[in-house]
Design a protein around this ligand. Structure first.
Ligand code: 5AD
Ligand code: SF4
Length: 465
């Protein structure tokens, strides 16, 4: 099955782009994209905006003045879906006031049949939906909506594809997302992603390297390699390159930039991959490795294919190669059947590893996944455990932050902090946020900062010349 958009399809879509351009171009029509969810969605939104600009729209950050509104949705937890529906609901009055505007919904939520039906039947002002593997069809859908064609709800009409050559409108001029693969084959029992983003599809190594070379040439200072499980990069490609091969090739590209990998699966974390990330100083400072639970019984029911011993072995190897590495993880609290004993094991392992940051989530049942029909634990117990979890992790984070005091770190400056003209926000190479005061604006540049104060959630420093 072809996973790449064919040249014929590309040509067809280019014609739709030109057709929309001839309808809306040069009239100052505006496009607004609202993004929910993960970095993958942010990257997709940048591509969506790129396509809209090609169609003749101008980007706006003010939804009220938009002629086309797109909501890029997330389905990972119920809360994200509720937010998406409320935003789509908010957009209704724009369409009532100006029936000529176009409203589209894309992203993970739209790939679920019950949600696509809900949008079709209860949100009559939505012109189209579009799954994450079909972004290249956007112009066709926009043209259809502009010419008052039938509303389109693309569910399984198209096999998810990879479209090369889309020109993203990047939100930042110094931090960039580079998708290296799409989809997921792992079917962790709690997770909706494999159902809504389809099977793993890797981009060709050459296309990824070209994109990174281009970013390096433009002076980008941080590049995040994106994929649901970047460790299994290449398995679906003909010549089977591995993530280690890719990293070794990236290492040959010159440039002063930091590289993050987001995100990895412990079952596929190979020795070669660890060697590759610790060999390049641009990748060695930070590693994100989702653990999900500290109980082997729960990991089994999550279908994670590793146990805590294997996880700890990987951490040991990472730390032995690079003692200063910043480790971050994902944890789910309150997975179905989780006992107090299971939960204690999660607390034990996070105390043992001492992660700098944990992205922790209360389990959210997702219709269509195996865990949805497992024995659920009560909301009260989930919340009570989550509170205890946060207390333990906050103490660890505070301790690790205190240890940074007095030390000097190279940070990439994000920009001014809100509410104080002279305060700037920046991130260390290990991705920790540091605030500092400065008279000069160094946004988008690396500077050295000495940490002078630390608490659980914040690090403060002073700039060192
Ligand atoms: N409920 C709570 N958290 C979830 N995640 C994925 N699915 C769910 C769910 N149903 C978390 C996992 C994953 C992160 C991106 O989101 O920890 O690593
Ligand atoms: Fe979801 Fe598991 Fe795939 Fe990550 S690896 S996207 S948690 S199914």
């Amino acid at each position: 099955m072809a996973i790449f958009v064919s040249p014929e399809e590309k040509l067809k879509q280019d014609k739709y782009i030109s057709a929309v351009l001839s309808l809306v171009g040069g009239q100052g029509k505006k496009a607004f994209v609202y993004t929910l969810g993960c970095q993958q969605n942010e990257a997709d939104s940048e591509k969506i905006m790129g396509l809209l600009l090609q169609m003749g729209y101008e980007k706006t950050d003010d939804e009220k003045e938009a002629d086309i509104l797109i909501v890029n949705t997330c389905a990972i937890r119920e809360h994200a879906e509720k937010r998406a529906l409320s935003i789509i609901g908010r957009f209704k009055h724009y369409k009532v006031a100006r029936p000529d505007i176009v409203i589209g919904v894309c992203g993970c939520m739209t790939a679920q049949e019950h949600r696509a039906n809900q949008l079709k039947h209860s949100y009559h002002y939505v012109d189209f939906t579009l799954g994450t593997g079909a972004l290249h069809l956007l112009a066709e859908l926009v043209l259809n909506a502009l010419s008052k064609g039938k509303r389109r709800f693309l569910l399984d009409e198209e096999t998810p594809k990879i479209a090369e050559g889309l020109l993203p409108v990047r939100e930042s001029s110094f931090r960039a997302w580079v998708s290296i693969m799409y989809g997921c084959n792992n079917f962790c029992t709690y997770c909706i992603v494999p159902y809504v983003r389809g099977r793993e599809r890797s981009r060709k190594m050459q296309d990824i390297l070209d994109e990174i070379r281009e970013l390096a040439k433009k002076g980008y200072r941080e590049i995040t390699l994106l994929g649901q499980n970047v460790n299994s990069y290449g398995k679906d490609l003909e010549d089977k390159p591995t993530i280690a091969d890719l990293l070794n090739e990236i290492a040959k590209i010159e440039g002063d930039f930091i590289i993050h990998l987001m995100t990895s699966h412990p079952k596929d974390a190979s020795r070669e991959m660890i060697e590759a990330i610790t060999k390049d100083k641009r990748t060695k400072s930070h590693f994100h490795l989702p653990l999900q639970s500290g109980s082997d019984a729960v990991l089994k029911r999550m279908n994670r294919h590793y146990d805590t011993q294997r996880y700890l072995d990987i951490i040991k190897e990472l730390k032995s190669k690079n003692p200063d590495i910043v480790l971050t993880t994902d944890i789910i609290v309150g997975f179905p059947t989780e006992t107090e004993e299971d939960f204690q094991k999660t607390l034990d392992i996070i105390k043992e590893v001492e992660f700098d940051t944990i992205y922790s989530f209360i389990y959210s049942p997702r219709k269509g996944t195996p865990a949805y029909s497992m024995e659920q634990i009560s909301e009260d117990v989930k919340h009570e455990r989550y509170e205890r979890f946060c207390q333990v992790q906050n103490e660890i984070a505070n301790k690790l932050n205190q240890k940074m005091q007095g030390k000097i770190y190279r940070v990439l400056v994000d920009g001014k902090s809100k509410g104080n003209e002279k305060m700037y926000t920046s991130r260390t190479e290990g991705n920790k946020i540091v605030h500092f005061e400065c008279d000069t604006d160094h946004t988008g540049q690396f500077v050295n900062v000495k940490i002078t104060r630390a608490d659980t959630f914040n690090l403060f420093g002073e700039i060192i010349n």
